[in-house]
Design a protein around this ligand. Structure first.
Ligand SMILES: [Zn+2]
Length: 117
């Protein structure tokens, strides 16, 4: 599985597919955060570790209700390099890293189930 992250204006190579996961452009995307946590972090009401926790809870809940959309991205990332993009200049404090980690975790868990069956 090949997933990378970049800023929103990233120019992909021919084997890469860009997925915009910003709440501004794609508020309903499974990997976008919601405005509540984005604004809370921006306004200094929550720390980064709290943001991480709330983001993982959000995508975890979406994975429960909308698993096919996650599986589609995982599948895509086995055929092409998926590039998750967001506006943030500071990648360390951007959900795109968390989104990548979440997808890698799903893939790892699915691989374990596959090996067991
Ligand atoms: Zn971001």
């Amino acid at each position: 599985m090949r997933i990378k992250t970049a800023r929103i204006n990233y120019k992909p190579n021919s084997d890469e597919v860009v997925v915009d996961i910003t709440v501004k452009n794609r508020p309903l995307h499974i990997l976008s955060p919601d405005w509540e946590i984005v604004n809370a972090f921006r306004d200094g009401k929550i720390t980064w570790p709290e943001y991480e926790k709330r983001y993982y809870l959000l995508v975890g809940e979406r994975y429960f209700y909308r698993p096919a959309e996650f599986e589609d991205i995982v599948k895509l990332a086995k055929q092409q390099t998926v590039v998750l993009t967001c506006f943030c200049t500071d990648e360390k404090h951007c959900h795109r890293q968390l989104a990548k980690h979440f997808l890698q975790t799903i893939d790892a868990i699915n691989t374990i189930f596959y090996l067991k069956s």
